[in-house]
Design a protein around this ligand. Structure first.
Ligand code: HEM
Length: 146
């Protein structure tokens, strides 16, 4: 694990950039399309972006989960404990935030592909995920300094 750890970390970081970059674009950049070109074009663009996003984002999130899961054993576990150090406490909080995002994604995908109904969290999922993502990144870096 020690030898592949840096590669796993780089994959984790790249996936985090893609994931949070997509959310940042969706919330802060995309709304300008509606302002500039009107709601008809914005609707078409949103549908094209959404179709691509639904393909790429779940894969990206899955990779975040797998790579995160591989790295986490270096910091927490039976021998080293789960909440014994400040690093572990912040890492556990980071994981809870990450799993909250995954739970929201599963709810959304279930509504879209299985129930074929609009998701009740459809409008709020991206702003909440971006906010949680911001804290996840801060926690990921801060945990080594506390
Ligand atoms: C939305 C989900 C997630 C995002 C956006 C995210 C983001 C990040 C970022 C930005 C880092 C810092 C990388 C660096 O050192 O430059 C990091 C580190 C880390 N993440 Fe995640 N992460 C997510 C999910 C997870 C999950 C689910 C786990 C564990 C189950 C996890 C475990 C870790 C660990 C152990 C580190 C420390 C790696 C190190 O610096 O050596 N992450 N994460």
């Amino acid at each position: 694990m020690q030898t592949i750890y840096p590669f796993i970390l780089i994959i984790h970081l790249i996936c985090a950039i893609i994931f949070l970059g997509y959310l940042f674009f969706d919330i802060f950049i995309f709304p300008n399309i509606k302002k500039t070109f009107g709601s008809e074009i914005a609707k078409k663009a949103a549908s094209a972006i959404g179709t691509r996003g639904t393909k790429i984002m779940p894969l990206c999130v899955l990779l975040l989960l797998i790579t995160g899961g591989m790295m986490v054993s270096q910091y927490i576990g039976k021998d080293s404990g789960y909440f014994s150090s400040n690093l572990q406490k912040l890492l556990m909080l980071k994981i809870v935030f990450a799993f909250s995002i995954f739970a929201m994604i599963i709810i959304s995908l279930t509504y879209k592909f299985i129930l074929k109904k609009p998701s009740p969290i459809g409008k709020i999922i991206h702003p909440i995920a971006l906010l949680l993502g911001f804290f996840i990144v801060v926690l990921a870096k801060m945990m080594f300094y506390v």
